[in-house]
Design a protein. Structure first.
Length: 95
């Protein structure tokens, strides 16, 4: 099974959210539809701008915790290494 650490953003350079899930398509869809109460719904954080896959849930959770401790500049650098325009990657994972 795959586990994903993912970043959502409100817009280019906007508010960031980091999460972990075993079903990236479903989870991002839930955020986009406003089905997830809390931070992402309150701040309109719905664009998938980065994700990475792990085969071990513990590794994915540890990576999420590590990233959450990072300062914003490090998070932005990680996003922009793979997605410099902060494109919404959701459609690319729905195929």
């Amino acid at each position: 099974m795959q586990y994903y650490v993912y970043f959502l953003a409100s817009k280019l350079g906007g508010t960031l959210y980091v999460g972990v899930t075993n079903d990236l398509v479903r989870r991002v869809y839930e955020h986009k539809e406003g089905n997830v109460e809390g931070f992402t719904k309150k701040y309109g954080v719905t664009q998938l701008v980065y994700f990475e896959a792990h085969t071990d849930i513990e590794a994915a959770i540890q990576r999420e915790k590590q990233i959450k401790r990072w300062n914003r500049a490090w998070k932005v650098r990680l996003i922009e290494e793979k997605n410099p325009n902060w494109d919404d990657l959701y459609n690319s994972i729905c195929r």
